[in-house]
Design a protein. Structure first.
Length: 585
């Protein structure tokens, strides 16, 4: 495995490249390849680029890619009448996008179409959900091509000297790419900025990122610094939000949501000063934040940079072990480190460090950024050949995403100034769905075992009667066989009822659970559905517990669900510092 290792910062640069969204992806890849040795080029090409349909001409150090499937082809492949009709309507609307030249019209169109797609109710049908995701990806790639092909876009009056190229790059490489990747969309954190050679990035932008909690996105030509929002329903990567500028009444001050730096002019003082002017006018959510809270967040970022990410992304050395065991050990070690270094200190800060609501908001957004950073790098971890098809890694990624999703749902129950009594009450309320699940599974399994015992007894009786002359004369075998068939049918229906009882629990507690395939757009296996349940102290100290169900109700294995649930609940009932990883594995 070590011989196939790609340093994670290099892997991160390449995995984020999308030839269907990035405007200058070929130039970026050429630059990267010109700075690394032939062995690394070959590894990147085999492990990453081929999966992206990117061809590499080694002699010329050039790259090409076949065009993405047109949206019309995506729609033609749909069999379901309702989804095909939806796809056809979106396909017809793309003609309007081709006509639009006004930036606001383009922004409104793209954001509204994606919002409508996301709202489309597929009634928990995994096949229809996959069709919806295919429509979504096809629309994103086709829309990006249309936008990129526009000769000129009419921009609203602004004070940032925005150009058509800047806006096209933002639409394709920030908004649409974030919509495509969701949790895997990568932004720049302080550790990457401090490695930059220019003081504007390694000093000024690092300081401003901390002060204003900025999302920094480096695209193929520009750097965008974006304002965060303390409202979870506001997308910091929105096109409309990017375009908007605000001048307060009776004031000459301009307030922005985003700043743009053209990397081609990074060394020109006038461009540096103008970028600084923009950043200093970005609206900050920071209010009364104590230095102790700022330092605490810095400590979390430091341990993430120095301990967590290096642990996750160091080479996988099998040393003769089965690779699944190697991955399992790495994931367990990483989860333990994550809990001890991030989650448990976060819990302590929530209970003992935070003194007012502004600090709670700061801690919530900072946690979201740090966990988001971990998720984006976990995507790089999964891109390794040894991990690519590992179900454990898929499930771990889902738990990371669910942790953020549950915090978003339960923000007022976790990131709030709470008394010890209120915190305890929220914790008890949080446990209701998982406790109900546990009781439901135990009860169903007990009933299943009793039915199995009865079946065994009847089968033994059938075997005896089949050998008995008197039994044959009295036709007892037929009666026993009828009893067996009745019991089998009854057991089958009871298993299906147990399945429905389990599925009803997340519906009963929608704010305490996450249905991954529909709420987090995570597809681990199209033949299975996955639910996340919050565990740990008020959902903070442990990653969520994952429950997996077959889509076919008749295939439910109550014994397996019970064993997994029992194992996971035991782990969640204690601190990670008490865990012996060798014994767990």
């Amino acid at each position: 495995m070590i011989q196939d290792y790609i340093p994670y910062e290099l892997r991160s640069l390449v995995t984020q490249i999308d030839p269907y969204l990035d405007l200058y992806w070929q130039n970026n890849l050429s630059t990267i390849f010109s700075q690394i040795d032939p062995e690394q080029r070959d590894r990147i090409y085999r492990q990453i680029l081929l999966k992206k349909n990117i061809k590499w001409n080694a002699e010329q150090n050039s790259f090409s890619c076949s065009p993405a499937a047109h949206f019309e082809m995506v729609v033609e492949a749909i069999v379901h009448p309702g989804m095909k009709n939806l796809g056809q309507k979106i396909l017809n609307s793309l003609a309007e996008l081709e006509k639009y030249q006004d930036a606001i019209q383009i922004a409104n169109y793209l954001e509204s179409i994606l919002a409508q797609l996301d709202k489309t109710n597929v009634e928990e049908n995994l096949n229809l959900q996959q069709i919806k995701l295919n429509l979504r990806q096809g629309f994103i790639y086709t829309a990006a091509r249309i936008v990129n092909d526009k000769a000129d876009i009419q921009l609203p009056e602004n004070h940032r000297r925005l150009s058509s190229d800047m806006l096209k790059c933002f639409i394709c490489e920030v908004f649409l790419k974030q919509q495509l990747l969701h949790y895997y969309f990568k932004t720049l954190r302080g550790r990457q900025l401090t490695r930059q050679s220019h003081p504007l990035l390694q000093v000024f932008l690092v300081e401003q990122q901390k002060l204003r909690q900025l999302e920094i996105v480096k695209t193929s030509r520009y750097i965008f610094a974006l304002a965060q929002s303390d409202q979870s329903d506001v997308n910091p990567f929105s096109i409309r939000r990017f375009l908007s500028e605000e001048r307060l009444a009776l004031s000459d001050n301009i307030y922005l949501n985003a700043a743009v730096l053209d990397l081609a002019y990074l060394n020109q003082p006038e461009h540096q000063q103008f970028f600084q002017w923009q950043v200093e006018r970005i609206i900050t959510v920071e209010k009364q934040i104590g230095q102790h809270v700022i330092e605490f967040v810095s400590q979390l970022e430091q341990v993430n940079n120095e301990r967590l990410l290096p642990l996750l992304l160091k080479p996988l050395d099998s040393s003769g072990l089965v690779i699944e065991k190697v991955v399992e050990k790495r994931l367990l070690a990483f989860e333990k480190e994550l809990a001890i270094q991030i989650l448990e200190p976060l819990h302590h800060a929530l209970r003992h460090k935070v003194q007012h609501i502004d600090e709670m908001d700061y801690l919530y957004m900072s946690t979201r950024q740090i966990i988001g950073d971990i998720i984006s790098y976990f995507y790089d971890f999964q891109s390794q050949a040894a991990v690519m098809f590992d179900s454990q890694a898929d499930q771990f990624a889902a738990r990371l995403k669910s942790y953020l999703a549950l915090h978003e749902k339960r923000r007022s129950q976790v990131f709030a100034l709470l008394s010890a009594e209120d915190w305890a009450q929220n914790h008890e309320a949080m446990l209701q769905p998982i406790n109900q699940l546990n009781m439901t599974v135990r009860s169903a399994l007990q009933q299943h075992r009793e039915q199995y015992r009865q079946l065994k007894e009847l089968q033994r009786s059938l075997d005896k009667e089949g050998q008995s002359f008197l039994g044959k004369m009295l036709n007892k075998s037929k009666k026993i066989d009828e009893q067996i068939q009745f019991l089998k049918e009854n057991a089958f229906h009871e298993r299906q009822n147990a399945y429905l009882d389990i599925v009803r629990i997340p519906k009963q507690y929608p704010n305490l659970t996450v249905y991954l395939e529909f709420e987090a757009l995570i597809s681990i296996n199209h033949k299975e559905r996955h639910y996340a349940f919050a565990v740990g102290d008020n959902g903070v100290t442990h990653l969520p517990l994952l429950v997996q169900l077959p889509e076919d109700r008749g295939l439910i294995n109550l014994q397996e669900i019970h064993q997994n649930l029992d194992f996971d609940l035991k782990l969640a009932s204690q601190k990670w510092s008490d865990y012996d990883l060798d014994n767990i594995a």
